[in-house]
Design a protein around this ligand. Structure first.
Ligand code: CP
Length: 302
């Protein structure tokens, strides 16, 4: 059994606590897995990983499953809707149940903020955060950073504009911590009701026209499901003021790239025609998620 310190070192709860060396090591290992032509390796043969998703997901869940299977691990998929959570079992009891059965690591997505950190204190297997509330989504930010490295060579010196629903975005937070740690300049752009006041000391808010003058324009999904009282403005008004419309995209400099964690609200935060335009890295981001998550899973249990 791993010591508590070792479990903590191998878990990935967020990027706020990760130093430059650790992020660089994950990037390097992701690049290694990205280059492999064999689809399945045996490095994690006979190891068991459980994907425990208490909130919906397409990209993160399948990308982790792909990563685990490519590493040769045995995969147990848990979906809250088809489990005893429906009968009232707690997240803690669910994770403890799978731990008792002998899994080597758990990938966890959940809605409440702070619960994952508490859980990690109570179990003796590494946990990987697949998105917790508005807090962090570290593997999304790692795959975003890996995509930037593949595009620009390095992160240091880049200007990254994160545009949209900052307040409700765990992707914005993880990217803020990771990108600034790696030497990028991060700036935000958001309507008043979607700003996160506690982040103002870490990144300035700029106008949409200023935000377009960046190396990376990262659009965020409007997290309608996380708005307590619904959006103040209509989708059309949001698009007019903050959307990456075809007209705004046409004003980007030739080297600027467009990113979005997806799922995308087409024609709200980004125009349909821009999603798969030449400047868009949205689908490459999804491809890059697999080698990045291979590196993170390997770090957890190898
Ligand atoms: N980007 C992201 O986390 O997508 P899913 O919610 O589909 O996992």
């Amino acid at each position: 059994m791993m010591t508590a310190t070792r479990v903590k070192e191998r878990s990935l709860l967020g990027l706020k606590g990760l130093d430059q060396t650790e992020i660089a090591a994950i990037m390097a290992r992701a690049a290694y897995w990205d280059k492999q032509t064999e689809k399945v390796s045996s490095v994690l043969a006979s190891r068991f990983v459980s994907n425990m998703f208490f909130e919906n997901s397409t990209r993160t869940r399948f990308s982790f499953e792909m990563a685990e299977k490519r590493l040769g691990a045995q995969v147990l998929n848990f979906t809250a809707a088809a489990s005893s959570v429906e009968k009232g079992e707690s997240i803690y009891d669910t994770v403890r149940t799978l731990e008792s059965m002998g899994i080597d690591a758990g990938v966890v997505r959940l809605k409440p903020t702070g619960v994952l950190a508490q859980l990690s204190e109570k179990v003796s297997i590494p946990l990987i955060n697949a998105g917790d509330g508005n807090n962090e989504h570290p593997t999304q930010a790692l795959l975003d950073m890996y995509t930037m490295i593949k595009t620009f060579g390095e992160i240091k010196g880049l200007t990254v504009s994160i545009i949209g629903d900052i307040m409700h975005s765990r992707v914005a937070r993880s990217n803020l911590w990771g990108l600034t740690r790696m030497g990028a300049k991060v700036q935000f752009c958001a309507p008043e009701n979607m700003k996160a006041p506690e982040l103002m000391e870490h990144a300035p808010y700029v106008t949409i026209d200023e935000a377009l003058k960046a190396d990376v324009v990262m659009m965020l999904r409007v997290q309608l499901e996380r708005h307590a009282t619904g959006m103040l403005q209509s989708a059309e008004e949001y698009r007019r003021q903050f959307g990456l419309t075809e007209e705004r995209a046409s004003r980007l400099s030739p080297n600027t790239v467009i990113m979005h964690p997806a799922p995308v609200n087409r024609n709200v935060e980004i125009d349909d025609a821009v999603v798969e335009s030449a400047k868009s890295l949205i689908f490459p981001q999804m491809s890059n998620g697999v080698p990045v998550r291979m590196a993170v899973i390997e770090r957890a249990i190898r």
